[in-house]
Write a new protein. Structure first.
Length: 108
């Protein structure tokens, strides 16, 4: 693992401080986050962001949002599967149950 040279760390720190100062000036909450992204992946993200007219930071924020939404959906699906097993339903029952539900809702 390469160790950053002293001048490089100073430039990085100055850049972060400038960003934080800018954020305070414009009332933006600034939290310093450091993530390591492999160079090949970062290059692909930069290209995708540019092609989509977004910043790399926007894509970096979007990825965990999508991951957390997907995770929540997976948890919901797991809960539904557990409920259906507890009620004795199988996948073959799904079309019938949907039709019954639609019939009931039409009458409301």
């Amino acid at each position: 693992m390469a160790v950053e040279s002293w001048p490089h760390r100073r430039v990085k720190r100055a850049s972060n401080l400038a960003h934080m100062s800018h954020a305070r000036t414009y009332g933006i909450m600034a939290t310093q986050n450091n993530l390591h992204i492999p160079d090949d992946l970062l290059s692909a993200v930069n290209e995708a962001a540019s092609a989509d007219g977004k910043t790399t930071e926007e894509l970096a924020a979007d990825a965990p949002r999508r991951y957390l939404a997907h995770r929540k959906l997976e948890e919901l699906g797991k809960c539904g599967r557990e409920q259906s097993l507890g009620l004795g339903y199988t996948e073959a029952d799904v079309p019938r149950l949907i039709e019954e539900s639609r019939r009931e809702n039409r009458g409301r």
